[in-house]
Every structure is written in structure tokens, then in C-alpha cells.
Design a protein around this ligand. Structure first.
Ligand code: N01
Length: 547
């Protein structure tokens, strides 16, 4: 059975809701940032989190090998220079246990825990037109009311199991990477199967291959991967990082996707073949996402440019994987480099040179059924002791759909977004007053905590403005929402990503009605996004209906 953590709330139920200025859902980077900013404004806040501690994605995704693939010091919070300088990341790309410790440190350091309630799942959030407030009900029936509802539920939070016949019948151990149990899981001497080769699958596979008696990887779509280049942060580097707070902050805030890497402004065709090859080599061997996020500006918009980098990565795969047949299975044939999320790896390709690892290409031989003893494909049967589902998330809108959210006149958010999400700047949506979504649908994509922190600052600016003007109600004008949503659509249509199925384009092949592409993120660049958000602050938030 899939192991999950159960809610064990034993709170008294009361008929009158407890009232707050703001109710926040989620204790990840978005919820923590919102709580910090709103408390600074003097708001009475209550934060509810279904997990047993803070961290959001970093609480739940405790699978073996889970770690950042953006630099630790670009991922942590930037709101406090003191915090930035106190916390010493041990690795350039920290693992989940360290990140979970970091989130706990932050909430204690800023005394946030007293306003947070863990193991508390929000089931319903209904806007009460009469009270101009949100009525929120937890899974245990307790009720709260808040003038604001901040749904910091995260874009990658609702785990998605694959739609495969017989899945419930498997008799061995079974885990989803995003619901990994807290108790140790041993692979020693076991026959383990992993379904999925996205960022979670890759990190899991690298770890499991070390000790499993046999590992069978079930790959449906091959992805392009690039080396992570992780390593310990030396004392000298530590000093340098601590001293570079302002510079690192400026860098992440001025980059395309809030990372330390941003596209080189040259076209790939501005340089000679030799220079291009040298540039690719350097990026491939350097730390982090530079090969993807810091490459020539046209690799994600021009097919000929994309072919050049895709070909480079294909050559690398062929060099690293000894068996040519396996190498060919690992090489993507249906999309170009970077048009789907690039997982960053550490000896991932070398795993396939090990005698205890088998790769099954599900495009050629699909899974037909899961049975108690293992996995049956159209070609063969794989007997397994353990099955790991690294099958990702019902991304972007899934966590919103998990809550019964209703706005003005009882309109359901799911109904409003049936054909895809529409928002104003990715954080608010018409018909849902005082409802805020840090890193929500159509917000600027990239380094998620950066979007969260920025969105929390912007919310504080909006509330500060409302306080000064004596307002208690804001809701984006429908035309402002339409304009932003259309802008996001237009931007996406210029990118090669728009032609490829993945969660980037809102595709979830395990869910009915989610198999065609949608626009779910804003990909016009964090700097353009910031400019639009800051113009709204300067101009007194003209795009809102205000009361
Ligand atoms: O999920 P995914 P993820 N039968 O959706 C396969 C972030 N993250 O959890 O591509 C067989 O990318 C599916 O196949 P296909 C990061 O942003 C960050 O790995 O649909 N296979 C795919 O291979 C990332 O993008 C880090 O054909 C099935 C895999 O499962 C996001 O989270 C680490 C299947 C799902 O890949 C999601 O990553 C981890 C089926 N029925 C994650 N259904 C960092 O490093 C699905 N698959 C910070």
C-alpha cells in the first residue's frame, strides 16, 4: 500500500468560527513568506499545514536522494541578511534533511511557529459575501474566518499516481516519492522498480541503484539530463557566499527565472562552431543549471539553435552509457533539450552501466498491468519486492482542486478554471476577493521560493495600500485578468516548450480532461513580471475593484 501520513487532529469543534485577519494555507516557502510579511503589518494570522512540520515540498519529498538543483544559497530566503549569513549550507545543492532543518530554523528564528498549526488540512474555503470574509473548514470540522485567504498550496504538491490497471493489487512495498515515509526504507537485497524518470525519478534511481539487488527503471519519456556538479561548500566558499548577500540577491532578482543563471544574450549563431562547443562543454561541466538556464538566448525559441544543444547532450549520453542500445533508449526523440524540465544528475547515466540495473522503454513495451508480484509489460514480466512511483504531481492547479474553494456567489474555483487557470499576475483571480496565491498559476516560473518571497512582499504592499485607503475588499477586474492571461498565452506560444507535453504545459496524462496543453505558468521572464507588479504598486493598484 502507498504510505501516507494521516491527520491526527484532536481539536475541539466549535460552532462559531475563530476570526483572523488572514488565514494562510501551507507552510512551504510561500506560506512562511506570507506569514512573515503579514505579521509585520500587524495582521492576526493563522497558518494551517497538512504536514507535520514546515517545508512544504521539502517536508513531503523525503525520498532518497532528494535535493536542490538550484544553488542552496539562491533557494533559501533573502528577506533577512542576518538569516542569510547565519545559515551555512553544507553543500552547494543541499539534500532534503538539511532543507527541512533550515525551514524549522527559520520559523523558530522568527517566532512563527506560534501562528502555525500542523497536521491540519483545510477542506473548504468559501467566501462569505455578507461578512466580506473567508470561511474556512478544516478536515476535523473546526471553522475559522479570515478577511484574507492566502492559499500558499504550491505548484507541485498533489502527488499523482499513474493510471495503471491493477495498481492497488501490488503486494510488495510501494511508495510515491512525494509521500515518502519518515521511517528508513532499505533497498538492500531487494528487487526494486521505479516508474518515472523526471527530476524525482532521477534522484531516486541514483540512490536505489547503490544497494538494490536489482533495479528496474520503467521509462515512458526519455528526458535530457545534465550534471549537477554538487559538492561540499568549503570554508573559503562559505565566506565568499556570506559576503555576497547583496550581489546574489541582485543576481537572482535580475535573472530570467530567479536563478543564479540567466541566458547569455548572444545568439547561438553569433559564435563559431569551436566557440559554441567550448561554451557547451564549460556549462556542462560547471555547477548547476547553467547549461539550461544560462545558455545562448535562442536555444528555447529557435529550433535550429535547439537542435545544436540537443545534439550536444545526445553525444554526452552516448559517451557515458556503454551499451549503445540502452543509450538510444535514454536519448529523447520527441522533444528538444530544455523544452521540458531538465533534471540535474550525479552519475545518473553511469547507473545504466551497472549489472544490477535494467531500463525498460515503455514507449516500445508499455505496462499492461500491475499484479501482486510485479509489473507486466507488453513484452515481459518483472518480479518486484518494491515499487516506487516517481510519477510526479497533479501540477499547478491540483492542490487548489484538492480544496473546495468558492468565491462570490458560491462560484467554484474548479469550475472557473475548467479550461485552464486565469489569473491577474498569477496571484489573484476575478470573483474571488481577498484571495491570494503565492507562486500561483501564471506567476513567473523558475526558482519557486523566489517567486513566493516576491509575491508575499507584493501582497504586503497591497494590504498596506488598502489600510491607508480604508479598504477591506479587492478583486482583480476581469479585463485585467484577461489581459494577463492572454499575455502569458502569447509568450508561451513563442517558446518551443509550447509544443511539448509536460507539467510545464499543464499536461497530466493520468487525469481525464488534462491531456491537452494549457498555459499554466508565466514564461516572459521574472524581470518583466517584476516590472508589471511594481508598476501596480506605484500606480495605486488600478487593476482592482476596490471597496
Ligand atoms: O515529476 P515529473 P517529478 N506510466 O512529472 C512518468 C520538481 N522537482 O516528481 O514524461 C509511466 O517531472 C512520467 O513520464 P512522461 C521539478 O520542478 C525538483 O519527477 O509523462 N510513467 C515522468 O517520467 C520537477 O519538474 C527537484 O511520459 C509515468 C515521471 O513519471 C517537478 O518537481 C526534484 C506514468 C513524472 O515526472 C516534478 O518532478 C524533484 C505512467 N502512467 C522534483 N505517469 C529538485 O531537484 C507518469 N509517468 C529541486
Amino acid at each position: 500500500m502507498i504510505e501516507t501520513q494521516t491527520t491526527t487532529i484532536k481539536q475541539q469543534q466549535s460552532s462559531a468560527p475563530i476570526e483572523y485577519d488572514a488565514i494562510i494555507i501551507g507552510a512551504g516557502a510561500g506560506g512562511i513568506s506570507a506569514l512573515l510579511h503579514l505579521r509585520d503589518l500587524g495582521l492576526r494570522c493563522r497558518l494551517f499545514e497538512s504536514g507535520g512540520g514546515p517545508g512544504g515540498a521539502w517536508y513531503w519529498n523525503r525520498y532518497p536522494g532528494a535535493r536542490f538543483d538550484s544553488e542552496s544559497y539562491s533557494y533559501g530566503f533573502f528577506f533577512s541578511k542576518e538569516l542569510f549569513q547565519e545559515w551555512k549550507w553544507s553543500e552547494h545543492f543541499a539534500g532534503q534533511p538539511e532543507t527541512e532543518r533550515y525551514f524549522n530554523y527559520v520559523i523558530d528564528r522568527f517566532d512563527l511557529r506560534r501562528d502555525m498549526q500542523f497536521k491540519s488540512r483545510v477542506d473548504k474555503a468559501h467566501f462569505n459575501d455578507e461578512k466580506n470574509a473567508w470561511d474556512v473548514t478544516l478536515a476535523d470540522g473546526t471553522r475559522y474566518r479570515g478577511r484574507w485567504l492566502v492559499a500558499a498550496v504550491g505548484p507541485l504538491t498533489k502527488p499523482q499516481l499513474p493510471k495503471i490497471d491493477g495498481i492497488e493489487s501490488f503486494a510488495g512495498e510501494a511508495y510515491h516519492t512525494a509521500r515518502w515515509p519518515k521511517h528508513p526504507v532499505s533497498f538492500e537485497g531487494k528487487r526494486v522498480g521505479v516508474i518515472g524518470t523526471g527530476a524525482s525519478g532521477v534522484q531516486t534511481i541514483q540512490e536505489v541503484a547503490k544497494s538494490a539487488a536489482h533495479l528496474t527503471v520503467f521509462q515512458r519519456t526519455a528526458n535530457y539530463m545534465a550534471p549537477l556538479g554538487n559538492g561540499p561548500v568549503t570554508d573559503e566558499e562559505q565566506e565568499q557566499i556570506q559576503a555576497s548577500f547583496e550581489e546574489l540577491k541582485r543576481k537572482v532578482n535580475s535573472s530570467y527565472a530567479w536563478f543564479l543563471h540567466t541566458p547569455d544574450q548572444r545568439s547561438i549563431f553569433d559564435v563559431s562552431d569551436e566557440e559554441r562547443e567550448r561554451f557547451f562543454e564549460e556549462k556542462y561541466n560547471a555547477r548547476g543549471m547553467g547549461i539550461w538556464q544560462g545558455n545562448f538566448r535562442d536555444i528555447l525559441t529557435d529550433r535550429r539553435a535547439n537542435d545544436l544543444i540537443s545534439d550536444f547532450i545526445r553525444r554526452k549520453i552516448r559517451e557515458r552509457v556503454k551499451d549503445p542500445e540502452t543509450a538510444e533508449k535514454l536519448i529523447p526523440k520527441d522533444h528538444g533539450f530544455g523544452t521540458r524540465r531538465v533534471p540535474h544528475e550525479t552519475n545518473y547515466y553511469e547507473v545504466y552501466n551497472q549489472p544490477n540495473v535494467t531500463l525498460v522503454d515503455l514507449k516500445a513495451t508499455p505496462i499492461t498491468r500491475i499484479v501482486p508480484q510485479g509489473v507486466q509489460t507488453s513484452e515481459s514480466f518483472h518480479e518486484l519486492d518494491m515499487l516506487i512511483y516517481a510519477t510526479g504531481f497533479d501540477a499547478i492547479t491540483g492542490a487548489f482542486e484538492a480544496i473546495d474553494i468558492r468565491g462570490l456567489g458560491g462560484q467554484k474555483l474548479d469550475d472557473k478554471w475548467i479550461d485552464g487557470p486565469s489569473t491577474y499576475l498569477g496571484v489573484m483571480t476575478a470573483g474571488f476577493p481577498n484571495f491570494y496565491m503565492p507562486a500561483g498559476p501564471l506567476s513567473a516560473q523558475g526558482n519557486i521560493p523566489r517567486t513566493c518571497e516576491y509575491n508575499a512582499w507584493w501582497l504586503a504592499e497591497l494590504i498596506r495600500y488598502m489600510q491607508a485607503e480604508g479598504l477591506t475588499y479587492v478583486e482583480p477586474k476581469p479585463e485585467a485578468e484577461e489581459e494577463w492571461t492572454e499575455h502569458a498565452r502569447q509568450v508561451q506560444s513563442t517558446l518551443l516548450t509550447s509544443e511539448v507535453d509536460s507539467w510545464f504545459t499543464g499536461v497530466n496524462r493520468n487525469r481525464e480532461g488534462r491531456t491537452s496543453r494549457r498555459v499554466v505558468q508565466y514564461r516572459g521572464g521574472a524581470f518583466i513580471y517584476r516590472e508589471k507588479c511594481e508598476a501596480a504598486v506605484r500606480n495605486g493598484f488600478p487593476e482592482f475593484i476596490k471597496k
